[in-house]
Design a protein around this ligand. Structure first.
Ligand code: BGC
Length: 426
C-alpha cells in the first residue's frame, strides 16, 4: 500500500461497463416482468472508455481508483476462462499506474456469472470452491500487479436484506431501508421470480443471486468464500493486501435505544468480525445514520434532508462509523465507499467537505484510516433503481456517452492536493 493517504473514487463493473451479458443481473434485468426499473444495457461504456475516465480522475488530483473485475467476463461458462478479459483488466491496472493512480480491485461486486445460479448461487457451499477457483485464476494472471484487493463487496448485505424483508412482512411499509437501491414491491418481485426460474432453469425459489436475503448461517458461506479467496491470493503473492468491505450504518441510539442499537451493530459488524479480524484491512462503506429507539431504527425526521435514495443526507456518519469500527477491528481501515445521491451538485460538494473533515478528525485522533474513496466516479446504474440516482463526480449523457465533470470532482481533487502538500518535505 502506498505510504500516502489515498483519495479517490469507486465504481463497480456491472454498474459502469455495459453489456455484461454473461452475468446473472443481465438475465434478471431483461425479463418481461423484470423487477428492475430498467436494464443496465451499455451502462456508461466504461469498458471502452476507462482510459479517459481514469485520466479525468487523475487530472482532477485524485490518486486512487477502486473498480471491480467482473467474474462473469473472466469465467463466462463454468471452467472456461477468457484470457482476453484478463488482458482487459491488466490494461486497466496499467492505465491506473501510468496516471499515478493506485488501483484497488474488488473481485466480486454483487454480480456473478449466470451459470452460478444453477449451482445454487450464494446460498450453497458450492460457491466457496467456485469463487476460489476464479480468484486463483485472477491471482495467477494478475497477481504481481495487484496491490490491494477487496474480495467481496458488502459481505454483510445478505443479512441486511433478510432483516428488511422481515420488516416489510411485519409492517405496512412499502420501502425498505437497506442502503443499496433494491426493489421491494412484492407483486413485482413474485412475477419476476417466476420468470427468473424459467430463465435460469431452476426453481424460482432457488435463484440465489448475491443481493438476496440470507440467514446468519448462510452468511457463513460468504465468509468462507472470502477466506478461500484470501488464501488463493496470498498463495500467489503474499504481498497483496486482502480485505473485504462491509455496509455500515451510523446507529445513533436514543436513551432507551441503546440495547437495540448494539444489537443492530452486532448484526452488521460483530457477527462478521471473527472471520475478518486477521485481514490486512477492512473496507468501510457508509452512506447515512439511523436513529434507534426502543422500537428499532426510526424513519428520518420529517424535516431531515433526504437523498435521492430516501435516507438522510448526513455526512458526519462516516467519521462516527470509522471510530466505532476502530474500537473492535485491529487493522487498517479504508473508506471504500461514501457518497451522496443528489441532482444538486452543491449538496454533493458540501457532503464531501463535511464527510472528509470527519475522516480527518478520526485520523487525527489515531483511527488508522489509509484512504477515502467517494462513491462514485461516474453517474451509473444503481441496481434495481436504474439510472435515476446520481451519485457521480462526473455526469454522463447516456445517449452520446459524453462525460461532464461536476464541481464536486474539483472539490475532492482540491482536498487531495491539500493532503499531498502536507507531505512535502517528507
Ligand atoms: C454498493 C454500490 C451502490 C451504492 C449506492 C453500495 O451499497 O456497493 O454498488 O451503488 O451502495 O447505493
Amino acid at each position: 500500500m502506498d505510504k500516502h493517504f489515498l483519495i479517490g473514487a469507486a465504481t463497480a463493473a456491472h454498474q459502469v461497463e455495459g453489456n455484461n451479458t454473461c452475468s446473472d443481473f443481465w438475465v434478471m434485468e431483461n425479463l418481461k416482468h423484470s423487477d428492475y426499473a430498467e436494464p443496465s444495457g451499455t451502462a456508461v461504456d466504461h469498458y471502452n472508455r476507462y482510459p479517459e475516465d481514469i485520466k479525468r480522475l487523475s487530472d482532477a488530483g485524485l490518486n486512487a481508483y477502486r473498480f471491480s473485475i467482473e467474474w462473469a467476463r473472466i469465467e463466462p461458462e463454468e471452467g472456461r476462462f477468457d484470457e482476453r478479459e484478463i488482458a482487459h483488466y491488466r490494461d486497466m491496472l496499467r492505465c491506473c499506474r501510468e496516471y499515478g493512480v493506485t488501483p484497488i480491485v474488488t473481485l466480486h461486486h454483487f454480480s456473478s456469472p449466470a451459470w452460478l445460479i444453477r449451482k445454487g448461487g450464494w446460498k450453497k457451499e458450492y460457491v466457496v470452491g467456485a469463487f476460489a477457483r476464479y480468484v486463483r485464476y485472477v491471482a495467477m494472471q494478475l497477481g504481481q500487479e495487484l496491490g490491494c484487493v477487496c474480495t467481496i463487496n458488502e459481505a454483510n448485505m445478505g443479512y441486511q436484506l433478510q432483516k428488511v424483508m422481515a420488516d416489510m412482512r411485519n409492517s405496512s411499509r412499502k420501502e425498505g431501508d437497506v442502503q443499496v437501491g433494491v426493489e421491494l414491491d412484492m407483486k413485482k418481485i413474485l412475477l419476476s421470480m417466476i420468470e427468473q426460474g424459467i430463465a435460469f432453469r431452476c426453481s424460482p425459489l432457488r435463484v440465489n443471486a448475491y443481493l438476496r436475503p440470507r440467514s446468519e448461517e448462510q452468511e457463513k458461506i460468504v465468509m468462507r468464500a472470502h477466506q478461500a479467496a484470501k488464501q488463493a491470493l496470498k498463495f500467489v503473492n503474499p504481498e497483496i493486501k486482502v480485505g473485504l468491505t462491509l455496509s455500515l450504518f451510523d446507529y445513533q441510539p436514543t436513551e432507551d435505544g441503546r440495547e437495540i442499537a448494539a444489537q443492530l451493530w452486532h448484526e452488521d459488524f460483530g457477527m462478521y468480525l471473527p472471520y475478518i479480524r486477521d485481514d490486512d484491512f477492512l473496507g468501510v462503506q457508509n452512506y447515512s445514520r439511523k436513529i434507534v429507539d426502543k422500537n428499532g431504527a426510526r424513519q428520518p425526521a420529517p424535516d431531515a434532508p433526504l437523498t435521492q435514495m430516501g435516507y438522510e443526507d448526513y455526512p458526519a456518519s462516516i467519521g462516527n462509523v470509522l471510530r466505532k469500527v476502530a474500537k473492535e477491528f485491529p487493522g487498517e481501515l479504508i473508506v471504500t465507499e461514501n457518497g451522496l445521491a443528489t441532482a444538486d451538485d452543491k449538496l454533493r460538494c458540501e457532503f464531501i467537505r463535511e464527510a472528509f473533515a470527519g475522516v480527518q478528525a478520526a485520523r487525527a485522533d489515531g483511527v488508522p484510516v489509509s484512504g477515502y474513496l467517494y462513491w462514485s466516479l461516474l453517474d451509473n446504474f444503481e441496481w434495481q433503481a436504474g439510472y435515476s440516482k446520481t451519485f457521480g463526480l462526473i455526469a454522463v449523457d447516456r445517449n452520446t456517452q459524453t462525460r461532464t465533470p461536476k464541481e464536486s470532482l474539483r472539490v475532492l481533487g482540491e482536498l487531495a492536493r491539500t493532503e499531498k502538500d502536507s507531505y512535502k518535505g517528507e
